[in-house]
Each structure stands twice: as C-alpha cells, then as structure tokens.
Design a protein around this ligand. Structure first.
Ligand SMILES: [Zn+2]
Length: 118
C-alpha cells in the first residue's frame, strides 16, 4: 500500500497538470491548492473551491479508500476534472453533469483510464 502524503499528492498534480488535456484547461497552479490526506471511509476524494480560504482550492484524497498508486492517480484525475471548472459562476465544479462526463472522456482517452470509472 502506498504511504500517502500531501507531498505525493502535490507532485502527482504537478505531473498531471502538464499533460493533455489538463494543460489546456486553465487549471489552478499547484501552489494555489491545499492537498490533504484524510481517512474518510466513504469518499475516495473531494475537490473544494473556496475563495475565502487561505488556499482557494482544496483537494483531499482518502488513504482509507486509495491504497494503490493506480487508485490514487485515478482519484486525483477525477478531482482535477472538478478543479478544471473552478471559475464557473454557478458552482458547476461540484457536478457530475454532461460537461464533467465529456471532460472525463477526454482525460480517459488521453491518459488511458476507464471513462466510466473516472
Ligand atoms: Zn466527483
């Protein structure tokens, strides 16, 4: 099992954000994001946009749900699709709507994930 740390998460984000299609999506810089490892048994990961916080963006990954590198990177990619929509006026970044699914398909095709799992 991977011993997950916020440093690993930040470096993983830094790697993925320069890959297509993320490199075209006006993603937050790694420095603008707080990366948290928690142990939530129910949620693999979350993305939160909060412009009142010290960091505008928070990505949390659960070590209780992501034990393998493969799972962590897939969960990170999922949360990054949410993060790619941070500047939407209607808080669409929370949704798993048509736009989310379209972006998930682009990520899956480019990076080799199962789009239905992403
Ligand atoms: Zn989601």
């Amino acid at each position: 099992m991977i011993q997950l740390t916020s440093t690993i998460l930040k470096n993983m984000y830094t790697m993925l954000v320069v890959c297509k299609p993320f490199d075209n999506w006006n993603m937050p810089l790694p420095e603008q994001i707080k990366f948290i490892v928690d142990h939530d048994p129910d949620t693999m990961g979350t993305y939160l946009y909060d412009d009142g916080g010290k960091h505008e963006h928070v990505i949390t990954i659960s070590a209780a749900r992501c034990g393998f590198l493969d799972t962590v990177i897939r969960t990170m990619a999922h949360e990054m699709i949410h993060a790619s929509r941070w500047n939407t006026s209607t808080a669409a970044w929370q949704k798993h709507d048509k736009t989310f699914r379209h972006r998930a398909k682009l990520v899956a095709d480019e990076l080799g994930f199962d789009p239905l799992e992403l």
